[in-house]
Write a new protein. Structure first.
Length: 79
């Protein structure tokens, strides 16, 4: 599943979090809105916000491009 527009969106948010941390903001963490596509009250099933696509008919889960990008970013961080 290609959701290529989400990658720069997430990247921009994470860069803003880094800037806030560099300015001594008390940031304790960051999380994406949703791991899985789900029902959204205002949008029903028409908008897909998750990092993992869910086929609602079969419940099969398929990682999206943004999932792979986010996973690689986290894995590259020092522990």
């Amino acid at each position: 599943m290609d959701d290529l527009a989400r990658v720069p969106y997430l990247d921009g948010h994470l860069r803003a979090v880094r800037q806030a941390m560099d300015a001594d903001a008390p940031v304790r963490g960051y999380f994406c809105w949703s791991l899985l596509d789900d029902f959204e009250r205002a949008e029903g099933f028409s908008k897909r916000f998750g990092l993992v696509h869910v086929d609602f008919a079969t419940l099969q889960r398929t990682p999206k491009t943004s999932y792979g990008w986010y996973r690689a970013l986290i894995a590259a961080q020092p522990r």
